[in-house]
Design a protein around this ligand. Structure first.
Ligand SMILES: [Zn+2]
Ligand SMILES: [Zn+2]
Length: 327
């Protein structure tokens, strides 16, 4: 197999040839067709997440076909599956029994603690594989697996908000804005100040209002989702939501949140994070996406150009999602 491997954080990924891994009990070996690039991959590569077991293959928005199934696996060779960020949970702790396996203390994550999809082969736990609707090509489906799933969980946590703010208009926002608009919500898109490309993109998708992240929306929001990893946006979003409104932090990593006056939280405003995803989120969203239908905007890179894809994401040069392809 070929893989782009992180040997040391803060360093570029290196191309490596390896023997194909063998699926153990409950595992499938997939031939990777496409793997989208997520901001969390940057947090891994930059060493912003704790205890990264090096060397590791990043990538957790994987679409592939089953090459080989280990003992006790229900998936069949040839079946197309998606592999998300949550790659393992214990299955018997209190969180797992409550169907909140996203919070399991034993949870392990694809492309962070388990080798991921910046490669042409990947092993996956059969419990965390999801069929992909035939309406999607491999490339178009890949961003659904994280930007879509975690975006969807964030949207659910925003409750029934009709006036919905979205801070950071990248891959997750462009997917979830389509779902929100289909649900008859109004979307207020906040981008990096002066980011004309992202603002045009948000307007084209149907946002009611588009502005800089330091601007106030024309009316109070019912809820806001923050996808940008910028803690300073938390008090801004709290200031933009009405009493009883919700601010959802959708990212795994954020810069420190500055102190802010209690008045911004007062009035029963709620501030919460979203951690990972559950299998239920994956099943619900992957069933919903083709009905909207969610269209993903992708920029394709060959596997060997994973470093270029990461750099373009880091510099904000992408509108939509970077996707690595393996052929
Ligand atoms: Zn991700
Ligand atoms: Zn558990």
């Amino acid at each position: 197999m070929r893989a782009m491997v992180l040997r040391q954080t803060g360093r570029p990924l290196e191309l490596e040839q390896r023997e194909d891994p063998l699926p153990a009990e409950g595992q499938v070996l997939l031939r990777v067709r496409a793997c989208a690039v997520c901001r969390t991959d940057l947090h891994v590569v930059d060493g912003e997440l704790p205890d990264i077991p090096l060397p590791i293959i990043p990538g957790h928005e994987i679409v592939g076909d089953v090459l080989e199934a280990g003992p006790g696996v229900d998936w069949q060779p040839g079946q197309r599956l998606g592999i998300p960020w949550l790659g393992y949970a214990c299955g018997h702790c209190g969180f797992c029994e409550d169907a909140r396996e996203n919070l399991c203390d034993q949870a392990r994550f694809t492309g962070y603690q388990l080798d991921g999809g910046f490669a042409d082969r990947v092993l996956a736990d059969q419990r965390f594989c999801f069929p992909i609707d035939a309406a999607y090509s491999d490339i178009a489906a890949a961003p659904l697996l994280c930007a879509g799933l975690i975006g969807y969980r964030s949207l659910v946590m925003a409750g029934d908000a009709r006036e919905l703010g979205i801070y950071g208009f990248g891959a997750a926002a462009h997917i979830i804005a389509q779902v929100a608009l289909w649900q008859q919500r109004r979307v207020y898109a906040f981008t990096r100040p002066g980011d004309a490309a992202a603002q045009t993109f948000a307007r084209e998708l149907g946002a009611t209002w588009v502005g800089d992240s330091d601007a106030m929306p024309p009316r109070p929001l019912d809820a806001a989702i923050i996808f940008a990893p910028v803690g300073a946006l938390v008090p801004r979003a709290l200031a933009a939501v009405r009493k009883g409104g919700v601010v959802v932090c959708g990212g795994i990593h954020m810069s420190d949140i500055p102190t802010f006056p209690y008045a911004l939280l007062w009035g029963e405003r709620v501030l919460r994070s979203v951690a990972n995803l559950t299998r239920r989120d994956a099943l619900e969203f992957l069933e919903l996406a083709p009905r909207v239908p969610v269209r993903t905007h992708t920029v394709r890179y060959p596997l060997e150009q994973a470093n270029e894809a990461l750099a373009d994401l880091r510099e904000g040069r992408l509108s939509g999602a970077a996707v690595l392809t393996m052929d």
